[in-house]
Structure formats: C-alpha cells, structure tokens
Design a binder for this molecule. Structure first.
Ligand SMILES: NC(=O)c1ccc[n+]([C@@H]2O[C@H](COP(=O)([O-])OP(=O)(O)OC[C@H]3O[C@@H](n4cnc5c(N)ncnc54)[C@H](O)[C@@H]3O)[C@@H](O)[C@H]2O)c1
Length: 458
C-alpha cells in the first residue's frame, strides 16, 4: 500500500530528477554495450510477460539471462518447453536453440547483468489488497547482486510511485543509490495473452525514469528491441498511464455489464443495442458484457488504483463501484441459471451443472482470477453438482476438478450447461443439439446461428 507520508517525498510536478553535477547522459559504457548487443539483459520473472520480453531481446541480438524463483518453471524452460499454452508453438524451444537464452533459479548469476527487467506478479493478497511481495523480493535480490552501473527497469503493473519509493527505498537500504550506483526506471508491459498480431516488439513501449539518466538508458535499451518507444518525464507518469489503461477497461466493462442488467430487466437485447451504438464512427468504443473479469490485470488493477487514491486521502468512487459491479457478475450468472432451471421445474440444489470454459478468456489456459472459479464456487454453495469442460485447462488445482470430455453423454446428463469462456475449440452445434438448457454468458451461440429455444442469455 502506498503510505500517505511517503507521498510528500515525491516531486510534486513529477519533474525528472536532475543528477548531481547536472549529469544528463547515461554512461558511455552501458550505451556502447547496448549498441553492440554485448549488454547482458536479465529478465526477472519468466511468465506471460517476461517470456515474450526475453524473446524480443533475443531477436534484437542480446544475450538474455532469465531468472525465476520457481525452479520447476526454470526446469521446463531449460528443456525448451512452453509453460503457457498461448505462447507461439515452439517459442521457448527456438529461444533456447539460439544459444543466447539461459533460464536459471541461481541468484549468483545476477552479478553479471548489465540490465534487469523485473516482470514479477503484482497480485492481490487474501484480503483483496495490493501485494507487492514479489516486487520487494526481486528488488532486495537485485540490490544485493547487481554490479555497479546496472540498470533496473520495473515492468510489473503497480501504483504511481512504486519504482521511486518502494524499489528506491530498498536499493538505498542496501547502500545502492538510485541514479548513481544503479539506474532505475519503469516501463509497463502491455502484453495481451492470446491477442493475434500484437507482439512485444510491435507494441509501443512507455519509458519513464526516476532520473533523466535512468530514463535515457532505459529508452536506449528498449529502442534496440521494440519498434516504438515513447519517453515520458517520470516513472510516475508511466506507472499512472499503465494503471489507467487497465482501469479504463475495467470501468467500461462494468458499464456494459450494468447496461446488460438494466436492459435485461426491460426485455431489450443488449447485444443488438451495442451493435447499434457501435455504428457511430467516433466517440464510442464497444466493450462486451460477460460473466465477470479475470486474469492478472482487469480485476486487480482497479484495487491498486483505489489503494493509491486512498493513501492520498481520497476515494476512487467510480472505480471502486465498477470493480464491485464486475465482481457481482458471477452471482448474476448463477441466479440466471437458477431462474432458468426453475422455469423448467428443476431446483439448483441437486442439479448437475456443467461449466464450459474456466480460463479467464478465450483460447488461453490461464485461470488466475477467472470468473469461472467464483461461478463454480457459487453453484457448489447452492447445492449443485458441478463439473467443467475446458480444452485448455486439464485440471483446476484448488478444486480437485478435472476437465470432462465434451460429448453428447456429458451434455445430456447435465441439467444446465453454462458457457463462461467462449473458446474457439468448443463444438457449439453439439452443445446446442444435446444440452437440455444452455446458459450463454457470451452470446456465442447466437453468433453462430444457434439461438435455439434451449439457449438463454446471462
Ligand atoms: N499477463 C498479462 O497479460 C499482463 C499484461 C500486462 C502486464 N502484466 C503485469 O506483468 C506482471 C507479471 O505478470 P505475468 O502475467 O507475467 O505473471 P506470471 O505469473 O505469468 O509470471 C510471473 C513469474 O514471476 C515469477 N516470480 C515471482 N516472484 C519472483 C521473484 N521474486 N523473483 C523471480 N521470479 C519471480 C513467477 O514464478 C512467475 O514465473 C504483473 O505485474 C502483471 O500485472 C501482465
């Protein structure tokens, strides 16, 4: 959590901090090493963000040292295995085959780095509050290991001030002065797992430093690997921009979710309404209603933003409300299913409910913060017998559930089939043909011309 007291330490205008002696450039040695690609780039946290970033630097000709605290992840990567399904087939194998990518869980290797790009998780804790534990742990490790003159860039999404205050404080506590002994910058990751055509190297990169020298070093580094680099005047601007990008999505998703609830009550089709509004060629951006938000960003970042506002003595009322609305969508899906079952003379208690899709979005295998988890929990709490089918998620670890084969038998033996994630690999015609009742949270059936009488929206 940001502390109100530390806010006063921030330059109020977020002006770049000039270095003692009016230093404006970063050191010639690191610059030369970036230019001739001999700079050793470390990627800390080899997940959905870190791996594509490592790939971009390999493609640019650098040697990349990958560090992850999860030894199993490192072992998989060392063998050339993709740990995440949405990564391009053979991606890690190619990264290994080039001979310049070394994944490791050995901290001592960090002593050889010129640059450390920090891509560790910034999740919520068990109370739903921001948890910077991984960022702090990474910062402590880097403060102890990095050689003098190295550049640290935080890529994880977080509240404005984290780089300067949280990382900066940890560095200073280890006797490493940011901007002097180590350079320190922020550059947010804008990865969107599963999105076709968007690659780390082609998504414009924001770069802000905790001092001008740090910003210049970071910008020069990213320019070597990313097509477009947009420099901003401080790390705080880059942090705020990233947080706002995701909060913007969360608020707009909440808005269409609310619209859906209101129009549903009025008997007006929300999808046709949105398609109609979408014909306006300016001033409108279409978002889709759904069963709730999931993943590392949209359900998480509004909480970081709200905590940031709270630390300043303010309430982010709109964002908090949007977050609450999105979090209420799984309950809405369960209530719609209960009502649809009731109108067919079946009670939810004891009903067999088959959930289709537990990943947080289409065609990926990531289940973190997926609304399906809450939907399954609520169905079970309502006395239903739950099962799921997801071609991308074999096992749902905490629940002990395993994915069921999606065949006529599974469909016919279920009282309700609830589509939560609209994976391309589902056989929608088979579902529409064999399910007794389909609750469709994505309008996936109507879109495929399968608006049968047994399909209801939610
Ligand atoms: N996934 C996305 O779509 C996305 C997009 C943009 C930004 N982000 C942000 O990027 C950051 C990373 O997200 P992700 O999706 O890549 O997470 P991830 O869970 O896929 O990967 C994070 C990796 O970091 C490792 N790790 C954790 N603590 C560590 C430590 N102290 N030292 C070294 N490794 C450590 C984990 O073992 C894991 O392999 C988060 O702040 C997230 O909000 C994510």
């Amino acid at each position: 959590m940001p502390r109100t007291s530390t806010r006063t330490a921030l330059p109020t205008s977020c002006e770049p901090v000039a270095l003692p002696g009016g230093e404006r450039e970063f050191d010639g040695e690191l610059r030369a090493r970036i230019a001739d690609r001999s700079a050793r780039v470390g990627v800390i946290g080899l997940g959905a963000v870190g791996l594509p970033l490592a790939e971009a630097f390999l493609e640019a000709g650098f040697r990349v040292e990958g560090y992850d605290s999860d030894a199993q992840r490192v072992a998989e990567l060392t063998r050339g295995l993709n740990p995440l399904e949405h990564l391009a087939p053979g991606m890690v194998q190619r990264m290994r085959a080039c001979g310049r990518f070394e994944p490791s869980a050995d901290e001592s290797r960090l002593a050889e780095l010129d640059v450390a790009l920090v891509c560790v998780p910034t999740p919520l804790d068990s109370r739903g509050a921001p948890d910077l534990g991984c960022v702090r742990a990474a910062a402590r490790m880097l403060a102890q290991r990095l050689p003098a003159g190295a550049l640290i860039v935080l890529e994880s999404t977080t509240w404005p001030g984290t780089t300067r205050e949280v990382l900066g404080e940890i560095l200073r506590a280890h006797g490493r002065a940011p901007g002097e002994d180590l350079l320190l910058a922020y550059s947010p990751e804008r990865e969107d797992p599963g999105r076709e055509g968007a690659r780390t190297a082609t998504i414009p990169k924001l770069v802000g430093g905790t001092c001008e020298r740090s910003r210049r070093a970071a910008a020069e580094l990213y320019r070597a690997a990313v097509r477009e680099v947009h420099e901003v005047s401080s790390a705080e601007i880059a942090e705020a921009a990233k947080l706002f990008e995701n909060v913007f999505r969360a608020v707009n998703i909440a808005l269409v979710n609310e619209l859906k609830l209101v129009l549903e009550r009025a008997g007006i089709d929300v999808w046709e309404t949105l398609a109609a509004a979408g014909t306006k060629p300016f001033g409108f951006q279409r978002f889709a209603p759904g069963p709730g938000t999931g993943g590392q960003c949209i359900p998480v970042d509004p909480r970081y933003y709200a905590a940031f506002a709270q630390a300043l003595g303010m309430r982010a009322r709109l964002v908090e409300e949007a977050d609450a609305l999105n979090r209420a969508m799984p309950a809405h899906v369960v209530e719609r299913t209960r009502a649809a079952l009731g109108s067919r003379g079946t009670s939810l208690e004891g009903a067999r409910v088959l959930v289709l899709g537990v990943a947080y979005k289409k065609d990926v295998d990531i289940t973190s913060e997926s609304p399906a988890l809450e939907i399954l929990r609520l169905f079970a709490a309502g006395g239903a017998e739950v099962a799921y089918s997801d071609p991308h998620v074999e096992e749902l670890a905490p629940s002990g559930l395993r994915s069921r084969e999606l065949d006529a038998r599974a469909l016919e033996s279920s009282d309700a089939v609830v589509l939560v994630t609209d994976h391309s690999r589902f056989d929608y015609a088979l579902v529409a043909r064999h399910a007794r009742l389909v609750v469709d949270t994505r309008r996936a059936f109507a879109e495929r011309g399968l608006a049968h009488a047994n399909v209801v929206g939610a």
